[in-house]
Design a protein around this ligand. Sequence first.
Ligand code: F6R
Length: 243
Amino acid sequence: TEVIIAKTEDEAGRIYADCAARLIQTKPDCVLGLATGSSPLAAYRALAAKVQDEGIDVLQVRGFALDEYAGLDPAHPQSYRSTIERTVVEPLGLDPAKVHVPNGDLKTIAEAGRQYDEAIKAAGGVDLQILGIGTDGHIGFNEPGSSLASGTRIKTLTEQTRIDNARFFDGDINQVPTHCITQGIGTILKARQLILLAFGAGKAEAVAETVEGGISSFCPASALQLHPHATVIIDEAAASRLR
Ligand code: F6R
């Protein structure tokens, strides 16, 4: 796993943006793997600025998000569908019809995972997947103990993740959904390139475990070591536990 230590989140974001822009220019209908959360926001901002400044045509770009809450109306402002629209589709000017988010509808969720993996495959696979990491080493909503070979499926959110995400639901954990649908670790590893972003001392332990620990489902992000083209871009605080 390649590690790049950036001075700031903006500098890290620009490294992602350069990479994504080059991809879009060489393959206009490329498939971007998208994540929610705070870690990718500077990267999306940098890419949007580059697309604007350089007049890059993004109308054919396709996207697949990592995860979604189960049983939350996609129109809810905190659904990952809404979040991806707000933070990626609108600022970049992507065609919303080409950007997919897993379907958390409880009536169809049992089948939705397999269908999502098939849709990714039919699209030719993800070219560049952006990732954040949880303090416990999760990627997507694959919490510790998740199979490293998993496909997209329904998962139970841990208490800690629901506490962490309560800030988006009036600080009220009772409003945070209890389940989600997430790309599996096996799904994520099929992307041709992975870029994981992590900032701040709170991520330092998880980053060290990911890059220098053993490959283990107890740190799901350590599966990046199995990938031939994975880059971890972090700030100095997030790098502070690396040897
Ligand atoms: C987001 C996701 C999560 C986050 C992780 C880090 O779609 O699947 O794995 O990437 O929880 O979140 P932030 O970036 O907010 O610290």
